[in-house]
Design a binder for this molecule. Structure first.
Ligand code: NA7
Length: 533
């Protein structure tokens, strides 16, 4: 007979930034908490996404924990936008600094969990055969943790190496002298392509949708800038809390419409932000995200940058996107468009020349044979829902999450799911995480969850469960907010549109400060919209 499940107060799934902070916070609160992690190390996203050029697209001084003043003072980032190895070092530093490793079970993958109504606990099981009985289950698996491996018919025919950016090998991959194909032109590809292009003998990029990319202007972190931030780190974090994405207070959005200035002024204002680099371009005017006409002006600004960068006019036009800028997550790049000026790089437009099949040497697209030694799938993720839906999670009455989410990921506050009591989802659908500096969102979510657990304990309550009405209202709210923006005007992973057959439902909520306020109000009202028992 298998041993009886081990009791824990909080079972946390995933040892990325969310899992690490949840473990730390739970322990501080006197709770017995355990993290289970499928990988053999901490870091989540930064553990798995080791492709060449992988780096954060939010400035390092912002993309870091704020919960511990000594941590943020002691840690030194070497670059304006930290690369993956440095981010992984940071995650490991956090794990060691707060003595978290003994609370993490590595190489252990959650298979599923059932809510036991009688015991009012989650009975969770892992592939190791271990089982736990947990009062609270915190899904800290990350919104971008299930790689999207499209079902390319005949891919097995290809005799060369196939790599996915989100499951990159731990040992160095050397493309020197090789011919490489890359499918995809999202953030991962935009970062990887310039690095691969510089190393490989030949690179063929297969593009389904052209991408907007704004320069990172990355470089060593300026010592004076770092000292300035550190001198007032708390105030800096506070200012970021007031930003729509929880970051970017160094360059707050302008408050005027793109339609209210002359063409020359507009160009100059876009140019100023282009020179600074990063996401700030979308804050050049107040209406770029809400007014398609204003948005189109920003699109054309970037298209003109592409035309000015890429010397072959036909290639430049193929690289010019037609969807609204920002509708798919904006890419932050280092030399992406210029890569197409290299003699060893060619672009294949899959809309004009769809993939017809794979051969031992490569693939056929639009009747043309393309040969390569290695193929990189930079095809993204089954975002926000993929990881949870692979698990066998059953709430009250044995209801499967797959059934509850059949028409889309219902949730309340992006943190809870009706009928799945005491289960918290971090950075999931309905939260603002995808539009924010995700570490800011993670800290917010986990503080909210920890406060909620403390409230239940202080009031002698065993469970918290969202009502179906609160859930329905909340999902409608997320979609109403999205409908006021340009976010419904393209096929993004925010909508689930990148995965064939996935229900089309807008998942993230736009607007971090209002979200934080709403979560606080719900708590202040004794957890309005929930049943507490
Ligand atoms: P993304 O941004 O989802 O990009 C994936 C890319 O792969 C994108 O260009 C897709 O084209 C392309 N793709 C996906 N499926 C296919 C198929 N079947 N055929 C051809 N091309 C395909 O993922 P990333 O990993 O780059 O970035 C994810 C997030 O990580 C990013 O938003 C940041 O938050 C960090 P599509 O645009 O769907 O036509």
């Amino acid at each position: 007979m298998s041993p009886s499940p081990q009791p824990v107060d909080v079972l946390i799934v995933g040892a990325g930034f969310a899992g690490l902070y949840m473990l730390h916070k739970a322990r501080r609160q006197g709770l017995n908490a355990l993290v289970i992690e499928a990988a053999d190390g901490v870091g989540g996203t930064w553990y798995h996404n080791r492709y060449p050029g992988a780096r954060v697209d939010i400035q390092s001084m912002e993309y870091s924990f704020s919960f511990d003043e000594a941590l943020q003072q002691d840690w030194h980032w070497t670059e304006r936008f930290a690369d993956q190895p440095e981010l992984l070092r940071y995650a490991n530093h956090v794990a060691d600094r707060f003595a978290l490793r003994d609370g993490i079970r590595f190489n252990t993958r959650l298979n599923g969990a059932d809510f036991d109504e009688a015991a009012q606990r989650w009975l969770a099981r892992a592939d190791s055969g271990e089982r736990w009985s947990a009062r609270f289950l915190v899904m800290a698996c990350g919104p971008l943790s299930s790689p999207n491996q499209p079902d390319f018919p005949g891919l097995d025919n290809f005799a060369g190496r196939v790599l996915h950016t989100a499951r990159w090998p731990h040992e160095a991959v050397d493309f020197s002298g090789q011919r490489v194909g890359v499918i995809g032109t999202g953030s991962s590809a935009v970062q990887a392509i310039p690095v691969i292009a510089a190393q490989a003998a030949q690179l063929t990029v297969f593009q389904r949708t052209a991408t907007y990319a704004v320069p990172a202007h990355n470089g060593p972190l300026d010592a004076e800038f770092e000292a300035g931030i550190k001198a007032e780190y708390a105030a800096f974090r506070e200012a970021n809390q007031r930003m729509m994405g929880g970051f970017g207070s160094l360059q707050p959005p302008n408050r005027i419409s793109a339609l209210a200035v002359s063409a020359a002024e507009r160009e100059a204002m876009f140019e100023d932000r282009w020179q600074v680099g990063g996401f700030g371009l979308l804050g050049t005017f107040s209406d770029l995200i809400v007014n398609p006409a204003a948005n189109e002006l920003a699109c054309e600004f970037v298209r003109n940058k592409i035309r000015a960068t890429v010397t072959d006019a036909a290639t430049a036009e193929r690289l010019c996107p037609s969807h609204p800028i920002g509708c798919k997550r904006l890419c932050v790049d280092t030399g992406y468009y210029a890569s197409f000026n290299r003699p060893n790089v060619q672009l294949v437009d899959l809309q004009q020349s769809p993939i017809e099949g794979f051969t031992p040497q490569g693939l056929v697209a639009g009747g043309v044979d393309h040969h390569f030694d290695a193929l990189v799938l930079a095809t993204g993720f089954d975002a926000m829902t993929g990881t949870l839906l692979k698990l066998d999670l059953r709430g009250r009455g044995g209801r499967r999450l797959q059934d509850h989410w059949r028409a889309g990921p219902l949730n309340y506050l992006g943190l809870t799911i009706a009928g799945f009591p005491n289960l918290f989802n971090v950075a999931g659908p309905g939260s603002t995480s995808a539009f924010t500096n995700v570490i800011v969102s993670i800290e917010h979510h986990i503080d909210w969850i920890a406060d909620c657990i403390a409230y239940l304990d202080a009031n002698g309550l065993a469970t918290i469960d969202a009502t179906p009405e609160a859930e329905a209202d909340y999902v409608a709210h997320v979609n109403t907010v999205a409908a006021r923006t340009i976010y419904l005007n393209c096929n993004s992973w925010y909508l689930g549109a990148n995965i064939p057959g996935k229900p089309r439902m807008f998942m993230p909520l736009f607007g971090y400060p209002a979200y934080v306020q709403r979560c606080a109000e719900v708590a202040a009202q004794g957890y309005a919209g929930f049943v507490l028992a």
